[in-house]
Design a protein around this ligand. Structure first.
Ligand code: PGA
Length: 245
């Protein structure tokens, strides 16, 4: 099971202290099978990277540019830069970036360069509320998967995060049956159309220590992408505990 902490545009040097509890938790549970990946803002990647050395926790970034190494792209960070600073993962295609204009084609270019830079990709997909109401969810997910992963070879380096947009930051999660069906649909598309042998699909959107008890009943889910609830160590640890213990 994967547990990804997406800190979004939150956190400063002081907030790194909250990692102490999480590091302790991972040491106490080192026999259990789970992976924790922290995705803080770019400004904290270096400090996080030093802090998690010699622990089982891994580091990820929240986005990157599609240019693999360097270039005249003011304000951007390349996948190679992320790798060099100690990131092993990068989130790509988050709806908060898609909503400001990131297209499926750009997502595809970013994924390609990230994989070339030896990063693993947390590839976000999900439908809006209007699309859900119009029963377009499968169509949207299918399109996002096929366009986002177009001509990508190392698909074993991709973790898909299914995040219905209407669930992110709203406190509302999908009905368990619907979520089960959607995660299974995503896995089938990856298996049948892209020949991924053992696809990994996580769920994200308002996951908290309470609702995770219901979410874990869905066997097809391979982990959680956690936003708000990942900022407090106790909440994040509770989510992990309720899933793996
Ligand atoms: P949330 O965010 O847990 O705060 O809903 C999840 C995400 O955006 O990845």
């Amino acid at each position: 099971m994967y547990f990804i902490a997406n800190w979004k545009m939150y956190g400063d040097l002081k907030s790194i202290k909250s990692l102490n509890k999480v590091i302790k938790f991972t040491r106490l549970n080192k026999r259990k099978k789970f992976k924790i990946i922290y995705c803080p803002p770019y400004t904290l990647l270096d400090s996080f990277s030093k802090k998690i050395k010699k622990t089982k926790i891994e580091l990820g970034a929240q986005n990157c540019h599609f240019e693999i190494s360097n270039g005249p792209f003011t304000g951007s960070i390349s996948p190679t830069m992320l790798k060099k600073i100690g990131s092993n993962y990068v989130i790509i295609g988050h709806s908060e970036n898609r909503s400001t204009g990131e297209t499926n084609a750009e997502v595809n270019k970013k994924i390609k360069s990230s994989i070339k830079s030896n990063l693993k990709v947390i590839f976000c997909i999900g439908e809006t509320l209007i699309e859900k109401r119009k029963k377009l969810t499968n169509k949207i997910l299918y399109k996002q998967i096929l366009k986002g992963l177009y001509k990508i070879k190392n698909l074993n380096k991709i973790l898909v995060a299914y995040e219905p947009i209407w669930s992110i930051g709203t406190g509302v999660i999908p009905k368990i049956d619907d979520l089960d069906k959607n995660v299974t649909f995503i896995k089938n598309v990856l298996k049948k159309h892209l020949k991924v042998k053992n696809p990994k699909v996580l769920y994200g959107g308002s996951v908290n220590p309470k609702n995770v008890e219901n979410l874990v009943s869905i066997k097809a889910i391979d982990g959680f992408l956690v936003g708000g609830a990942s900022q407090k160590a106790k909440n994040f640890i509770d989510i992990v505990k309720k899933t793996i213990i």
